[in-house]
Design a protein around this ligand. Sequence first.
Ligand SMILES: [Zn+2]
Length: 197
Amino acid sequence: MTTTHAYPPSGAQPGAPACDGEGQPLLELPHTAAPGLRRVGVRPRWPYKTVLITAKALEGLLAAQGDLDRQGDGLALSVIRGYETPAQTARRNRLRRLGAAIFTRLYPRRRAEAAGIFSTNGHDRSGDHVDVRFAVAGKTPVLLPLGPLTPAWLIRRTHRLHGPELERVWAALRKAGFRIHPNASEALQIHADFGSR
Ligand SMILES: [Zn+2]
């Protein structure tokens, strides 16, 4: 199966690395207007304009989208983050440290979660680590209203509101070869690691 022709590397930005930290070649996916049948959307997280990802992780996402398409319930995946360059990681790590400090201050009982939520989670190593979001009939639900600082009660609310769709998305990703992050916040971030089931 090869559908990567849908993502020409023409959106490449100057200075984008050709390989990730593990020496795997990277595809640089430009922002796409909308996901569609057998097509995964690309919505790079601000302030970035592209997503860097390995071909096998993209194939995995396309397989997951194909699985969802066959179920016919209008769920559409977009990838929002893949490999982070060392410069991006250095910038983000400053925010991560700040976020972890605020998180442990706000939620001292969830202190043990901070490492999982505010670590690079492999984004600094390879393009096999992605963050995904999904839309239902064109609408993207907000799963983490306060981002990584979303309190546990709002996480439970998201599960009540979007549990069935989330389960279908996680199941399709797992079937396609991804491992979903075990932390509750990161699972709603839909952080998925390809090839590490
Ligand atoms: Zn992630």
